[in-house]
Design a protein. Structure first.
Length: 641
């Protein structure tokens, strides 16, 4: 049986929640499903937050792409505002040797281009404003000129202005990033200039135009009676705004379908035309004081508006409930369990959360792990990844390790699958990525980006909590452990011994207390230095620790003084303990073979705890026994001649 090859196509895009992008992607999907092809869409939300560190984390998703796994690439680099990231992608795609289809870009003759005529439609808009509405003073809000579409629209504007003997003034042109906020900033800049109010503001897209209308209204200007505003793209919001926007309709879904169809023909080895040109048409409507000849079906609009509002309400509810539940999680397993309970509400067929192998490590700028990988990961992904959550049609599983070059922890089965790869990061720090398969949520929900950010923040919070607990443990260890000897210090002894003391008191059992004092430490320090003195103290502490049976604890009580304490003891335990102590001490001296001898005096008591007895009373009694032993010794013998 011959198996038909399933084409694997990568889409590289930014901002898939915007109407231009998701309209084109819808067209690509329609064609891919019709031809049983698989689509992997790698998308960032760069340029949205106005935070350069955040953008670094977003754009990192493009480094995940393993071009060897694909048959072709559809590039929507016209949606990526960062020119450096754009050029990096272009270079990698060129080096891959794969067939490539782009949109509205003739800069790379080796790529095939789906073009929508931006120039003619923009020219008609500008001419209409000048000829029909007699506008003399015209301002322009542009997209970034590094974007070919923005450049075409800007050049069309300049050309028509000059053909009508109107020289554009520099202060009347504002360069933005195609974002709504640019419309607000542009209006504020225009109003604060010393130039007279414009008759019209031509905008390079609808998002900036609608924001400009809103900002003008805030300042008391009526559109179109005081100033005309036009857009470009004929988005849903532009069509249904009041006033409805004069704009340009573009066949975006058709462009997406054509791009995928061309790509499939290229994969099959067919010869294809280098460029397919699609026409765009101006729509003159209320924002320039023209009435649209086509009346909107108000019933259809109301139904669509209700559906959009209900979808937003549902997504907001999901976001709020998930965020609240994630705030309660303290480890990654709890975190994934919470996410798994809510994923079904997105309508996806499969959702994977993939984490870098060192996602939970402390971030140190210059520290390298055993695999010589950056611990503070910014660029790229670790060689091995984990997938702590794989939600697949309601079934939940996980994978401890898979290779990042495979991208999928579990390959998709068959054809006609659409998978969205989205970045998972905290600021610029890479934590991993999401994969959402066969679901409209990433391109249709206004809150997909917010949901991804909340999950990313919750995972970062888990990482911080893990390290906070680790730091607390380390601080606690520093509080209770003697750094020189590695056994309890006085604080640690008091904390632990108190529990043993109370237990013996409650059960009526006897307690053992040994007090040990080193002999001749001053002579060692004076003759061989304090470093040797510290060495001798360490060896004595090691001997004392080795003497402790199960249920006993030992501590450096101060300087050269040590304590052993144990519960459920008997008088018969004293002699064996002290015998083992001196035997170990003799053995250590033979092993270290120093010009001095490590020696110590010990006093041990075993006693029943009478009512009102304090632990320090027993320690004092053991100390007195030790001191009596010490008096019987001559310290001079502890120096070897």
């Amino acid at each position: 049986m011959i198996h038909q090859h399933i084409s694997e196509i990568a889409i590289i895009v930014a901002g898939i929640d915007e109407e231009y992008q998701n309209s084109i992607i819808e067209g690509v999907i329609a064609c891919a499903e019709a031809h049983n092809a698989n689509i992997s869409c790698f998308s960032a939300f760069g340029g949205v937050i106005a935070n350069s560190k955040y953008d670094i984390g977003e754009y990192n998703i493009y480094s995940l792409i393993n071009y060897e796994n694909f048959d072709g690439v559809i590039l929507m680099t016209n949606t990526i505002s960062d020119p450096v990231e754009k050029e990096k992608i272009i270079l990698k795609v060129k080096n891959s040797g794969l067939p490539v289809v782009v949109f509205d870009c003739d800069e790379y003759p080796q790529f095939h281009n789906i073009s929508i005529d931006n120039t003619r439609a923009m020219q008609e808009i500008v001419r209409h404003v000048i000829k029909v509405h007699n506008a003399k003073r015209i301002n322009y809000i542009s997209g970034p000129l590094a974007n070919p579409e923005a450049e075409d629209r800007y050049n069309a504007f300049i050309e028509v202005m000059r053909e009508n003997a109107v020289e554009p003034e520099e202060k009347r042109i504002f360069f933005g990033e195609f974002r709504a906020v640019d419309g607000i900033r542009a209006v504020d800049a225009f109003l604060s200039s010393d130039l007279p109010m414009p008759d019209a503001i031509i905008c390079a897209n609808d998002a900036m135009a609608l924001a400009a209308v809103g900002e003008l209204e805030k300042h008391g200007y009526d559109v179109p009676n005081n100033v005309i505003v036009t857009g470009f793209d004929n988005t849903y919001n532009a069509r249904h705004y009041c006033p409805a926007l004069t704009t340009v309709a573009r066949p975006l879904k058709e462009a997406g379908y054509n791009a995928c169809d061309m790509m499939l023909r290229l994969i099959n080895g067919e010869e294809c035309e280098n460029t397919i040109a699609l026409a765009a048409a101006p729509i003159f409507s209320e924002s320039c004081n023209c009435c649209n000849s086509i009346d909107e079906d108000i019933r259809s609009y109301k139904k669509g508006a209700f559906k959009l509002i209900e979808s937003c309400r549902s997504d907001i509810s999901l976001l709020n409930r998930m965020t609240t539940a994630l705030a309660e999680t303290e480890d990654i397993r709890q975190n994934m369990d919470v996410i798994g309970k809510f994923i079904q509400e997105t309508g996806c067929e499969r959702c994977c959360i993939c984490l870098c192998s060192e996602w939970d490590n402390a971030f140190n700028d210059k520290w390298m792990n055993e695999n010589n990988e950056e611990e503070y990961r910014i660029h790229g992904y670790t060689k091995n990844m984990s997938a702590p959550l794989i939600w697949d049609k309601g079934s939940i599983s996980s994978i401890e390790s898979f290779k990042s070059e495979d991208m999928f922890p579990i390959p998709v089965q068959g054809g006609g699958n659409i998978s969205y790869f989205l970045p998972l990061h905290f600021r610029e720090r890479c934590l991993g990525y999401y994969i959402i398969t066969n679901c409209a949520f990433p391109i249709k929900s206004l809150l997909c980006h917010s949901l991804m950010m909340n999950i990313s923040n919750s995972i970062e919070n888990v990482r911080k909590l893990l390290h906070l607990n680790s730091v607390i443990q380390e601080l606690d260890k520093l509080y209770v452990i003697d750094p020189l000897c590695g056994i309890y210090n006085r604080n640690g002894f008091i904390r632990t011994a108190d529990n043993i003391f109370k237990k013996c008191q409650k059960e009526g059992s006897s307690i053992l207390v040994s007090f040990i004092d080193m002999d001749g430490l001053k002579l060692i320090n004076d003759n061989y230095g304090h470093k040797e003195g510290d060495f001798a103290i360490q060896r004595l502490a090691s001997v004392i620790n080795d003497c402790c049976k199960s249920g006993m604890i030992c501590a450096r009580f101060g300087g050269d003084e040590f304590i052993i304490l144990g519960g459920d003891a008997a008088e018969e335990d004293i002699a064996p303990l002290e015998k083992v102590f001196f035997k170990h001490l003799e053995s250590v001296n033979k092993i270290i073979n120093k010009p001095y001898e490590i020696a110590a005096s010990i006093g041990t008591i075993v006693t029943h705890i009478e009512p009102g007895t304090k632990l320090f009373t027993l320690i004092t009694r053991a100390d007195q026994l030790m001191y009596e032993q010490k008096k019987r010794k001559k310290t001079s013998r502890y120096l070897r001649r």
